[in-house]
Design a protein around this ligand. Structure first.
Ligand SMILES: Cc1cc2nc3c(=O)[nH]c(=O)nc-3n(C[C@H](O)[C@H](O)[C@H](O)COP(=O)(O)O)c2cc1C
Length: 214
């Protein structure tokens, strides 16, 4: 654990490694950050998963590295240090490229329309699209936080194809009913709702409970 990680006061990830055959000691999720704007959503998702003691398998695309640098104060190595396992997008021999890898599912946040297109057309030419393809074929949870606006017919058709294949398209559209104090609140709420889709309950997530009366 480096200084950055320890300063966040997060639970320490056990060093125990599991191979593909053994039962994982902690639930696992694959997280991919791609080159759409909103890399902070991916970073906050990783922090929330750590608090939930989920084993994180992380892939950061080349263009995500650029947006992280441009949009946030985090470095790519800071973010890698938060994951239990890190893979390069070109590593098609990684354990997560196989259906024999035991995992709850995969979250791509933010998800570019390029990665959406790769997944919807089944082109598995990098580890992000391959791992997503595997998650779909194994009938596990796949959540794509697709970030683009406005949307073309191509984007919408690709979203429909992924949804029909069992994926969940979750554009990070803000919920203003939480009366946010700022962007941080909106990011936190979106991430909490994404993790709901894996059956994970983020502590403190504000939920709609009907009109509040005085
Ligand atoms: C600053 C910046 C912002 C971008 N924002 C978006 C975006 O919101 N949505 C999108 O689909 N692509 C966006 N792109 C383009 C993607 O980075 C590009 O299509 C890239 O090929 C995506 O590859 P990846 O999915 O492997 O990361 C952006 C690029 C840059 C440099």
């Amino acid at each position: 654990m480096d200084l950055f990680t320890s300063s966040l006061n997060l639970p320490t990830a056990p060093a125990k490694q599991t191979n593909g055959k053994s039962t994982p000691s902690r639930p696992r999720i694959i997280v991919a950050i791609t080159g759409a704007t909103g890399s902070i959503l991916g970073i906050q998702a990783i922090l929330a998963l750590r608090r939930l003691n989920i084993e994180i398998h992380l892939i950061i695309s080349k263009w995500a590295e650029a947006t992280i640098k441009y949009e946030t104060d985090y470095t790519v190595s800071n973010i890698r240090a938060l994951a239990d396992h890190v893979y390069t997008p070109t590593d098609l021999a990684a354990p997560i490229a196989s259906g024999s890898f035991r995992v709850l599912g995969m979250l791509i946040v933010p998800c570019s329309v390029k990665t959406l297109a790769s997944i919807s057309s089944g082109i598995c030419d990098d580890l992000i699209s391959r791992a997503a393809d595997v998650v779909l074929k194994e009938r596990k949870r796949l959540v794509l936080a697709v970030r683009e606006t406005p949307l073309s017919t191509i984007h919408l058709q690709n979203m429909l194809a992924v949804t029909q294949a069992g994926g969940v398209v979750f554009p990070p559209v803000p919920a203003f009913y939480i009366r946010p104090d700022g962007v941080g609140d909106l990011v936190e709420h979106s991430v909490g709702r994404m993790l709901d889709l894996f059956g994970l309950d983020v502590e403190g997530l504000e939920r709609w409970e009907g009109w509040k009366r005085d």
